[in-house]
Design a binder for this molecule. Structure first.
Ligand code: PLP
Length: 496
């Protein structure tokens, strides 16, 4: 299959090279040109193991690997890493289904992609005869950093450096990162906020490439961010898995359409659902759920994307986002693969902070998507009502989607089965969840976690348990202007 930039169809690349490069030279994202090439009969996957589904689906989207090669990559990525080899179980909660994407090593849905990406990346290098060591650089506001560390730890041919804002992550998130084991991992706090860390990382990429700082060192910098097609492809799998579970459980018949409600930030998770639909899965509506940062809700209502609005900090922080990068891929698909249009819209976004899509594009979006949002208060009320009514404890991000799904059904009367995607364990955001169900709070997040477990008769996930007493392995702190030197030092240390 051929991929090219969403902004220029002449910038072509093979799928494995797209995984290595991440982003195209013109700032566009890599997408496939031929939507027919990814179609197959979904029925051949029903009732099969998740590993089997993953190999078929990822192998269809990134088709430079043989079936045997992809089987092995999937097995290396996931065996023994999740609570269950199903990877992503489905729970029945009232009249909805909750697709639990948080059963991986760091209790966040990003594990699904970030367990697989290192395998795809190293195999892609091998396939293309690239012998350089891959150094992953990531700035994190919390969740991505830990999932990336866990995914890349001790993966041959790679190393990873994660920067996090000194006082910008929760106690649990910090503990998760500074206790990360692995001989190829570095974790460093930056004196500043998330933007400082993120800008710092971007500057390192630019500086290293401009000044050739790593030339001749057989090292290649890369990022693990969510625009990489190697992160997107593994996320398509759980849509098929959920559908298969509903068939095998006798909840639906083959061919019935199912709706999916997705807590959305960068638009990666929900875009994977659209790819599942393109591949042939009977997907009904994809419902895009946002918190008080409702830029996407407005976009789907009006066709105008306008990021010029206040940024709000919420209790579902992984969805606090004003520019949803992966939406660019959806614009490409909705414009019937018209790179010129995408280029124009992205330029308007850059210059004016907004753009409006054509009526034709809006019609394509309306056919596939619905959208809604809810604020922190409604999020908490939802956590409590889902817990009181169904005995199911969900995290803040999942609660946003649950509420938006309920609103959608009430408003439209659409009674197709509804799957709500659950993107984090409630124990990852213990203070907000405990507060929502009325537990008394204290300053110690770990004590709250324990109390929550006792109150709800649940087990704290293995990766979050005993974090407060685990050995701290990373204590580095730098000023934002010293991040580049830190990276250069680490890279030469690793060589010795
Ligand atoms: C990253 C994240 C999201 C948003 O996913 P996108 O693919 O960026 O839309 C939602 N919930 C949680 C818990 C996350 O970590």
């Amino acid at each position: 299959m051929i991929y090219h930039s969403t902004r220029d169809e002449n910038l072509v690349i093979s799928p494995s090279n797209a995984v290595i490069k991440g982003i195209a030279d013109d700032g566009g994202l890599y997408m496939f040109a031929d939507r027919e090439a990814i179609k197959f009969d979904y029925r051949e996957l029903m009732g099969k193991s998740t590993f089997h589904m993953a190999s078929k689906i990822i192998g269809t989207l990134i088709d430079d690997f043989s079936k045997e090669e992809m089987d092995e990559l999937v097995s290396l990525a996931y065996t023994g890493r999740f609570e269950t080899d199903e990877l992503t179980p489905v729970a029945e909660v009232g009249n909805k289904y909750v697709l639990e994407l948080f059963r991986g090593p760091t209790s966040a849905f990003k594990d699904v992609a970030l367990c697989m990406l290192p395998r795809l990346l190293t195999a892609s290098c091998k396939k293309n005869n690239i012998k350089d060591e891959i150094v992953i650089l990531t700035a994190t506001s919390g969740d991505t950093g830990k999932a990336a560390l866990s995914g890349f730890a001790d993966v041959e041919g790679t190393s990873i450096i994660v920067f996090y804002p000194d006082n910008g992550v929760s106690a649990v998130q910090k503990a998760q990162m500074v206790t990360q084991k692995g001989k190829n991992v570095s974790v460093c706090a930056v004196r500043g906020n998330f933007d400082d860390a993120q800008t710092g990382v971007k500057n390192i990429f630019a500086k290293v490439s401009e000044d050739g700082l790593l030339d001749g060192k057989s090292i290649r910098l890369s990022s693990a961010n969510s625009i990489n097609i190697g992160r997107l492809a593994p996320q398509v799998v759980y849509y098929f898995k959920a559908y298969s579970d509903l068939i095998c459980g006798g909840k639906i018949n083959e061919g019935d359409e199912v709706n999916f409600c997705v807590p959305t930030g960068n638009f990666g998770d929900i875009l994977a659902g659209y790819l599942a639909k393109l591949m042939g899965l009977p997907v009904g509506k994809l419902i895009c759920a946002s918190n008080a940062n409702d830029v996407l809700t407005d976009f789907f209502a009006t066709g105008e994307y306008n990021r010029v609005r206040p940024f709000k900090k919420t209790i579902s922080p992984s969805m606090d986002i004003l520019i949803s990068s992966n939406l660019e891929r959806m614009l490409y698909l909705a414009s019937n693969c018209d790179c010129e249009t995408v280029n124009k819209l992205m330029n308007e976004l850059k210059v004016n902070g907004s753009y409006k899509v054509s009526a034709d594009m809006k019609a394509v979006l309306d056919e596939a998507f619905a959208a809604g949002c809810c604020d922190d208060e409604q999020t908490k009320v939802t956590i409590k009502s889902v817990y009181d009514n169904h005995g199911y404890l969900c995290d803040t991000h999942t609660a946003v989607a649950f509420k938006v799904a309920e609103d959608y059904t009430a408003k439209t009367g659409d009674n197709r089965p509804m799957v709500v995607l659950s993107t984090a364990s409630p124990f990852k955001f213990p203070a907000s969840v405990a507060d929502a169900i009325g537990l008394a709070l204290c300053d110690d997040e770990f004590a709250i976690m324990q109390k929550l477990a006792e109150e709800c008769s649940l087990n704290v996930p293995a990766g979050l348990k005993n974090l407060d007493t685990a050995e701290v392995l990373h204590i580095d702190v730098v000023d934002k202007d010293d991040m580049l030197q830190y990276v250069l030092d680490k890279v030469s240390e690793n060589r010795e």
